[in-house]
Design a binder for this molecule. Structure first.
Ligand SMILES: O=C(CO)COP(=O)(O)O
Length: 251
């Protein structure tokens, strides 16, 4: 059985004061035992969050890591080894905001995936199509290529210690959630792409849905057979809403 995971991607939000408030709210949540819960604050606040959540079973991840796994001369970047050093467990790679706004290529995403794993972090590989690509009927092709490039570089075995997040770009921050059926179709395609090479890895890997997940939509999404939790943006900035999403993954 795959243990559901709900991860809150705080993106570039927060101040020391608002992060302290959010930590307070998270500490008060009653979280379901069978669900793994994670938050991914901006790098600057990771320490504050790890210390603030001490003793609470919420893991902390980062939103990005450098292509080089260990510390060195790479101005402005943060190495996966440094994230592991401060106590992170997970790191997002290939979020669409980085692919589209910062031009991260599939090759860069694969290098970050490998860097994360080499430091003992679990990479959360984000994939997803734009609205234009969906309207052109290219959803499965685009997602298949994004996933395929990591499989080609690192082998399907790399997904034994990784998470995948399907995040349709048109659903991110728009309030337009993919329907459970739309999401399930893509999740099943992702699992079958992995299964063609290794059925055991495919059965074990968790595939999260992301894109305007709210407490009201979470239960129907998480009820689909290949949706193993959520990657939550905006709604994760509100502890009560985030807690309700986590509870939906446990029911
Ligand atoms: O991009 C996302 C999480 O990584 C989704 O963001 P929203 O939940 O704000 O749509």
């Amino acid at each position: 059985m795959r243990r559901p995971l709900v991860a809150g991607n705080w993106k570039m939000h927060g101040t020391r004061a608002s992060v302290a408030e959010l930590i307070k709210g998270l500490r008060q949540l009653a979280l379901p035992a069978g669900v793994e819960v994670a938050v991914m604050p901006p790098c600057l606040y990771i320490n504050q969050v790890i210390q603030g959540l001490d003793g609470k079973s919420i893991v902390v991840g980062a939103q990005n890591c450098a292509v080089e796994p260990v510390q060195g001369a790479l101005t402005g970047e943060v190495a996966a080894s440094q994230l592991a050093d401060v106590g992170c467990n997970l790191v997002l790679v290939g979020h669409s905001e980085r692919r589209l706004i910062l031009g991260e290529s599939d090759e860069v995403v694969s290098r970050k995936f490998a860097a994360a794993q080499s430091c003992g972090l679990v990479p959360v590989l984000c994939v997803g199509e734009t609205r234009e690509q969906r309207e052109a009927g290219k959803t499965l092709e685009v997602v298949g290529r994004q996933l395929g490039s990591v499989i080609e570089e690192l082998g399907v075995g790399a997904f034994a210690q990784a998470v995948i997040a399907y995040e349709p770009v048109w659903a991110i921050g728009t309030g337009l959630t993919a329907s459970p059926q739309q999401a399930q179709e893509v999740h099943a395609a992702i699992r079958s792409q992995l299964s063609a090479e290794n059925a055991e890895v495919a059965r074990g890997v968790r595939i999260l849905y992301g894109g305007s997940v709210k407490a009201a939509s979470a239960a129907d999404l998480f009820g689909m057979p290949d949706i193993d939790g959520g990657l939550v943006g905006g709604a994760s900035l509100n502890a009560d809403e985030f807690g309700a999403i986590c509870r939906a993954a446990g029911s």
